[in-house]
Design a protein around this ligand. Structure first.
Ligand code: ACO
Length: 364
């Protein structure tokens, strides 16, 4: 019962798929969507254009897309959830309920991807309002997806700067290679399941703090730091307790995360910056220095979540909406991977090394 085949915990370094969608260069800190640099896409693109690029391979910067309608049955499902439900749980439930109303066929298509990516912002906005005792706001087809989401969340059309900042966040969050949630989505569709099931599973994977739950914890940690003077002591004490600094470290990046660099720029140029942004920049310097001293063997740099927190709070989102907003942005990548997987499918079914007892008789 021995098995000499190599085992890589966490599948680290294992190539488990081929993709033409996102290229993550961890050593040089590069991220490309279908060959285009993330910094250029943030500057010259919008989320609908980037999503369309991922689904079709075509770069059409003028491509537009509004948020979608919520089917009646889905709204009833959202109304039935407790107000205390986590927005990620509500979004996962909404995607699942939406799938039940769509009779989705296999293989998944760009049209299905477009419909789900348009639906989910409306669903999250509706849940956020319902839990606050407010009526959901209907989608405004004249607004692009990201300003449309903010409108449905707040009931007010956002100013151009706010919409642009959140759109930049959506572009940065759209795709990132074979991360845990994308892998989950590909595994699900590899069984010839449908697009909504794949995305519902991906949302479940993204919910964990090691993946998409970090930005709200960044805000919490910065509140704990409180002041620049306390930064060094707080960082050291936190690491001494064996805890992790949220917004630092990455499975792939050994260089500065290019998404963090893009979002840092966006955050600094916002009219309404969170009051803790200057503190965050100073804490980052201290954290990078202390992490380098403690882990000379493994480069631990700032990851996307650190400045995502600043942009999301700057546009007026409450921290408990951060992970679900990240999930909205990642819809483009998840659905593009699901389409790509099904176009050249092989059931994903790896092996486990057995470590249990040898073959034996049941006790008499
Ligand atoms: N703070 C302190 N120490 C860290 C951190 C961190 N943020 N990240 C890694 N380390 C340490 C680990 O404790 C470990 O040390 P050890 O060997 O002495 O135990 C060493 O660095 C190697 O870490 P790994 O766990 O092997 O790194 P892994 O690749 O598994 O983890 C991860 C990557 C999960 C992102 C990790 O860096 C982490 O937990 N970061 C904090 C949470 C976070 O910011 N998540 C968002 C990631 S970005 C995204 O998903 C969109």
């Amino acid at each position: 019962m021995t098995d000499e085949r190599p085992y890589s915990p966490g599948l680290e370094g294992v190539i488990a798929a081929e993709t033409a969608l996102g290229y993550v260069d961890g050593e040089k800190g590069r991220l490309l969507y279908r060959g285009y640099r993330i910094g250029d896409l943030v500057e010259h693109g919008t989320y609908p254009a980037v999503a369309n690029l991922l689904w079709t391979g075509d770069w059409e910067p003028e491509h537009r897309m509004a948020t979608g309608e919520i089917p009646d049955g889905v709204l009833t499902t959202l109304q039935a959830l407790p107000k205390t439900a986590k927005p990620m749980d509500a979004l996962r439930t909404a995607v699942s309920a939406w799938g039940a109303t769509q009779a989705l066929t296999y293989p998944p298509t760009p049209e299905q991807a477009r419909a789900l990516t348009a639906f989910s912002p409306s669903a999250l906005a509706a849940f956020a309002r319902l839990r606050a005792g407010q009526e959901p706001v209907a989608s405004d087809p004249s607004l692009d997806l990201v300003p449309g989401f903010l409108y449905q969340l707040t009931g007010t059309k956002p100013d151009a700067g706010t919409a642009r900042a959140l759109d930049a966040y959506f572009v940065v969050g759209a795709e990132h290679g074979l991360n845990a949630s994308t892998f989950t989505a590909r595994v699900i569709v590899s069984t010839r399941s449908d697009l909504a099931s794949s995305v519902a599973g991906a949302i479940g994977a993204l919910k964990g703090p090691l993946h998409g739950g970090a930005p709200s914890e960044v805000v919490e940690q910065l509140h704990q730091v409180g002041s620049v003077e306390r930064a060094e002591q707080w960082v050291k004490e936190t690491l001494d307790k064996g805890e992790r600094l949220m917004g630092f470290g990455h499975r792939v990046y050994r260089a500065y995360d290019p998404r963090a660099a893009a979002l840092r720029k966006v955050a600094q140029s916002m009219d309404k910056k969170p009051e803790w942004l200057d503190l965050a920049i100073k804490v980052e310097d201290v954290a990078l220095r202390v992490l380098a001293e403690r882990h000379p063997e493994r480069a631990l740099k700032t990851n996307v979540e650190y400045y995502a927190a600043a942009v999301l709070q700057g546009v007026g989102l409450t921290p408990d909406l951060f992970p679900a907003t990240f999930a909205l942005a990642r819809h483009a990548g998840w659905t593009a991977h699901v389409i790509e997987q099904s176009a050249d499918n092989r059931l994903i079914r790896p092996d486990a090394r057995y470590t249990g007892p040898q073959e034996r008789d049941l006790p008499a």
